[in-house]
Write a protein that binds this ligand. Sequence first.
Ligand SMILES: C[S@@+](CC[C@H](N)C(=O)[O-])C[C@H]1O[C@@H](n2cnc3c(N)ncnc32)[C@H](O)[C@@H]1O
Length: 266
Amino acid sequence: MNIPESGIAFDRIADTYDADSTNALVSRWLRRQLWAWLATLFPSGSYLLELGCGTGEDAVWFAQRGVRVLATDISPRMLALTEQKAAEHGVAARVQTQLLDFDRPESWQLPENAFDGVYSNYGALNCTANWSALGTALARVVRPSGCAAFGIINRFSLLETLWHAAHLDLRTASRRWRGKAIAQIGGVDFLIYYPTPRHFCAAFGAAWQPRMLRGWGIFLPPSDLYGALARRPRLFRLLCGLERCAAHFSPSAYLADQFWIVLQRR
Ligand SMILES: C[S@@+](CC[C@H](N)C(=O)[O-])C[C@H]1O[C@@H](n2cnc3c(N)ncnc32)[C@H](O)[C@@H]1O
């Protein structure tokens, strides 16, 4: 399979991804909120498809709760780490892996109506703008009434804009506004796409009914500022409390750093 630039980039940083990203204090806290939310959507016994699984953090958590997961990614190294993590946690039987490009859903060979749901987190789906083809392909493989739950980096992040504008870095302050920007990861340049929640729902298509929208990162800063916050535990606790309150107010999803969205297959 032809590996796109985004896959090459993440493959190169796969071995340090957990230390640098997954285990950062703010990431851990956010993932705990995410898990509480996912647990209500996908009960034990479900069979799920994960897109852009990374090192398998979510897949292993699901498997420990009796959910079976087909964890997919375009980075072979990420898939190897997912298998290793599943084996270390004793849940290898519930986590299968597969090399799959979510940017080319027409090439998938997945059975129809096989999954109870699909999920993808931490901005994996920002590595494509092909959300329309993705929505169509997922409507074929997820059973009717099954849910799709995604964590996506937002087009407008109030905090990021204010922070960088206050530091007179207007270029970074407005970098997402065009809906795409070049990212550099592992020394590889590739495009990252930033939809608004409305734009994402429209592109995902009529086969999916929006069910829930939540914003995260109204008070907690974007990932490049996680390190600074980790050194200020009292501020961190205060922002977490404020964040929890704001998350229940769905219009905040239009100004938060990332949004979590649930769509249901019609
Ligand atoms: C920011 S990481 C998120 C990983 C994981 N979901 C998490 O919660 O930590 C993005 C992941 O998407 C994968 N990815 C990027 N482009 C992809 C594509 N076209 N098809 C499938 N996976 C892709 C990368 O290899 C990487 O593992």
